[in-house]
Each structure stands twice: as C-alpha cells, then as structure tokens.
Design a protein around this ligand. Structure first.
Ligand code: F6R
Length: 248
C-alpha cells in the first residue's frame, strides 16, 4: 500500500495524472476505470492538459466508469455519463464507443450488471481504477454494509450519500435514490488502484480505510487486500492518519 500526501488538490491531480499517463504510455490498449464526483476533476483537467500540450494519446484507451444513477438518462446534466463527457471525454481523443458508463435506464438492470462485468472481462480487465471516497467510506456506490466480494449490482443510496450529493441537484428530492455500481469484488480485480481524497470531511473515512480493520462497515478498507493500491491525499484528508507516511 502506498500513501502519498500532497499539499493541495492541484498537486493531487498532477500526481495522479503522472501515474495514469505513465500507464497509458506503457500499454497501447490501456483500460481506465473512472470515477465521477468533485475529487477527480483536477486529475481530468491535468489529463486534458497533457493531451493538448504533451500529446497524450487516448485513441486506443478504453474506459469503464464505476457507477451511474438509476432512472436518469445519459443526457441528464446530473448523470455520470454527462459528467464524463463534460469533464474529460469531450476534450481528449478517446473513442466514445470505447467509453462505458453503466446504463441507468436499462430495462433489465440485473441483466445489464452481468453484461457490464462481461464487457470489462472482454476488454482484459481494468488496468488502473480511479476512486474517490465517500465521507462514510463508500467506494463507487458500495455503501457501508456492502459485501466485500460484491460484483456490479443495483443499490440503494444511503441518506448520507443522498445528502452529500444533493448539493448538485436543485433540491434533495431530485437526487436519485438508486444506482448501478461496480462491486467491491469487481474493483479489487483491477490491476492497480488510485484512490484520491481531499478535504477535512474525508479524514475519518481515509483513516478508517488505510489504518482501520478490514470491514464492510468501511467499504474502502477492502483496498488493504489489494497488492497495488496508491492513496493520493491532501494534508487535510490525511489528518487522522497515525502511521508515518511519505509526504510528497
Ligand atoms: C463517483 C463515486 C463516488 C465518489 C465519492 C466521493 O463515481 O463512485 O464513490 O467517488 O462519493 O465523491 P466526491 O469526489 O464528490 O467527494
């Protein structure tokens, strides 16, 4: 487990982008696992800069997003498909057909979840999975109590996640109450994992994930089982860690 503590979210984004770009340059058909939310935005900005200024090539890269709300289409401005187009895909030379975000409007959600797993496997698995973390320790939409072996599935969002996400909707009643998410077992099959966190509101979840027991009560603690996971944290998000970690 590698923990890198940086001074601010701009540095968090740059550090993560260096790692992602290194992987993309080393492997032609790179498969990225992507997250939405505010945390990865500095990473996506830096990847866009690298594409425009340094020629970072996305043409043979494929991507799989972690999750999507159930009940809103990809054209909805709060859908995760819309977010990914706006924050990354529309600004780089990725083949949109090779970008995958779960379909929140699927007629048969359970069947879709099985197909999503099969699509990831057909692409050879995720090479680098980007994660944020919820203030309750969730990864993807795997809320506390989710089986650590779970696969892509439909899930109900907790009150705390609905409240956290309501800042992006006009009113809390507009926040969808269900989502499709890769499972914790799915995430753990990625070749490498990068979890980013910034902000004091993430400090407890980060400390529980890295230094607490492995427990479904803190889904991110399952990452301790992964042989190639890197946490990139700002000082405030790392504030509750007790062990001595590298400060970069
Ligand atoms: C988003 C996702 C979530 C977020 C988490 C943190 O695709 O899977 O687990 O990473 O809720 O969200 P932010 O970054 O908005 O604090």
């Amino acid at each position: 487990m590698q923990v890198i503590i940086v001074k601010d979210k701009a540095e968090m984004g740059k550090t993560a982008a260096e790692i992602v770009a290194g992987g993309m340059r080393a492997k032609e058909h790179f498969v990225l696992g992507l997250a939405t939310g505010t945390t990865p935005i500095p990473l996506y900005r830096e990847l866009i800069r690298m594409h425009k200024e340094d020629g970072l090539d996305f043409s043979t890269t494929a991507s799989f997003n972690l999750d999507e709300y159930v009940g809103i289409p990809g054209t909805h401005d709060q859908s995760y498909r819309f977010f990914m187009n706006r924050e990354l895909f529309d600004h780089v030379n990725i083949n949109k057909k090779a970008t995958h975000v779960p379909d929140g409007m699927a007629d048969d959600v359970e069947m879709f979840c099985a197909e999503y797993e099969a699509m990831i496997a057909d692409c050879g698995g995720v090479d680098c999975q980007i994660l944020g973390i919820g203030s309750n320790g969730h990864i993807g939409f795997n809320e506390p109590g989710t089986s650590l072996g779970s696969r892509t599935h439909r899930t109900a969002l907790t009150e705390s996640t609905i409240k956290d996400n309501s800042r992006l909707f006009e009113k809390v009643e507009d926040v969808p109450t269900e989502a499709i998410t890769m499972g914790i077992g799915t995430i753990l099959e990625s070749e490498s994992i990068l979890l980013l966190a910034n902000g004091a509101n993430k400090a407890k979840a980060v400390a529980d994930a890295i230094e607490g027991p492995i427990t479904a009560t803190c889904p991110a603690s399952a990452l301790q089982l992964h042989p190639n996971v890197t946490f990139i944290l700002t000082e405030d998000a790392a504030a509750d860690l007790k062990l001595e970690w590298h400060r970069g």
